[in-house]
Design a protein around this ligand. Structure first.
Ligand SMILES: *Cc1c(COP(=O)(O)O)cnc(C)c1O
Length: 384
């Protein structure tokens, strides 16, 4: 066994061109935000129907700045899903809001649109849907409710760049979307993220917030001395992207659709080869009009039928030199949230149950057929 190399559950695909672009950046003498970020933002804008693209240091920073741009006040509520990475909830709190959760549909792991309206109160300011694993949220009813109640929408698209809902690319609906370029995500800049928006006021606010609150346009109108001058509109953050990061992104975005095609092939193969195993629940495919980005391939272990629980399954896979991931334990069980928002484990029973049984199998564009077969055989053996 020890001679079998360890198979990670995720792995970035970095081309030689991308590496050369990073080296070019280092040799150029310009490392931080500059011409490569400008080119990458233009590329991201083109990919999202000409909307404004503002690169930031992470999706976490992007979500926080986007929410701050909405001007949340103490007690303002933001509705989101419990089945997400905790950054989604943290950024609501950090931006001065209060997270309100709507439980997920077990089949899709996305927020239940039938329960969304019940969660809306006079204090609701925004909805923050999460496209879990890259499977698009049902956006038509979501945006209909947002319009009916006058709410803003910030889509957490950390898993969903390149996905599509009703034949339209995610990132071209509504107000604001935030994508992640963390190494485990579908495309990477090392760390990094982008805020996509169709709203010029949001764009301006995020642009200021991401870099010290500096506003060059205001001051320049009254100044003869040019670009060294600036004014400060508000105390901002330091969340800009470096050219060294954008150098990677310039070669990742053109490859993204190919990455997703390969992920889709591998996911369809898992769906085919793993069906009918007792104690194993498989993820839902997307409707024919949608494109799943297949960021994750998550299975759920039914302990009674499987003969082992999720944690034992992950441990056994590790012993077979196969990496798995835990995406995610439901966020409502974390201590700070229990203590400050009074959430009980039973408040969101679907997310609680799923979080106790879910696990991600290896899925990345360069996963080879032989390695995928090793995973499939391991699952079949462990759950026989
Ligand atoms: C990864 C992730 C984030 C945060 O992305 P970073 O770029 O790592 O900050 C936010 N939301 C979800 C759902 C994620 O998976």
């Amino acid at each position: 066994m020890s001679d079998i190399p360890f198979l990670p559950f995720a792995k970035p695909t970095i081309s030689e061109e991308a590496i050369a672009e990073v080296v070019d950046c280092l040799r150029s003498g310009w490392i931080t935000t500059g011409p490569k970020v400008a080119r990458f933002e233009q590329m991201l804008s083109d990919y999202h129907g000409g909307r404004t693209a503002l690169c930031v240091s992470s999706a976490t920073a992007g979500l926080q700045l986007a929410l701050m741009a909405l001007g949340l006040e103490e007690g303002d509520e933001v509705i989101t899903s419990p089945m997400t990475f905790v950054a989604t909830l943290n950024t609501i709190v950090l931006a001065g809001g209060k997270p309100v959760l709507v439980d997920v549909v077990p089949e899709t792991l996305n927020m239940d649109m039938n329960r969304l309206e019940d969660a809306i109160t006079p204090r609701t300011k925004a909805i923050m849907p999460v496209h879990f694993a890259g499977l698009p949220v049902d956006l038509d009813p979501l945006y209909a409710l947002a319009e009916k109640h006058g709410l803003r929408v910030v889509e957490d698209c950390a898993h969903a760049i390149g996905a599509a809902y009703r034949n339209q690319r995610i990132g071209t609906f509504g107000d604001i979307q935030v994508m992640s370029f963390h190494p485990n995500k579908n495309m990477t800049t090392g760390e990094g993220g982008v805020v996509i928006t169709a709203d010029p006021a949001i764009a301006k606010a995020v642009e200021q917030l991401r870099f010290h609150g500096i506003d060059r346009s205001v001051f320049n109108r009254f100044s003869k001395s040019g670009s060294q001058q600036y004014d400060v509109a508000l105390p901002g953050y330091k969340a800009n992207m470096m050219d060294m990061q954008a150098a990677l992104g310039l070669h990742q975005l053109p490859a993204l659709d190919g990455f997703i095609d390969r992920r889709t092939e591998l996911a369809e193969n898992y769906l085919k080869e793993l069906q009918g195993i007792e104690g194993l629940e498989l993820p839902a495919a997307a409707p024919a009009t949608d494109r799943h980005a297949w960021h994750l391939f998550t299975v759920r272990i039914g302990e009674n039928a499987a003969g082992l629980d999720r944690d034992a399954f992950m441990q056994a896979m590790k012993e077979l030199h196969i990496g798995t991931g835990l995406h995610y334990q439901s966020t409502h069980v974390f201590r700070w949230y229990r203590e400050h928002l009074g959430w009980q484990p039973a408040d969101f029973p679907n997310a609680l149950d799923i979080g106790n049984r879910i696990c991600s199998l290896p899925l990345f564009p360069t996963l080879e057929q032989a390695d995928q077969h090793r995973v499939i055989n391991a699952v079949r053996t462990l759950l026989r």
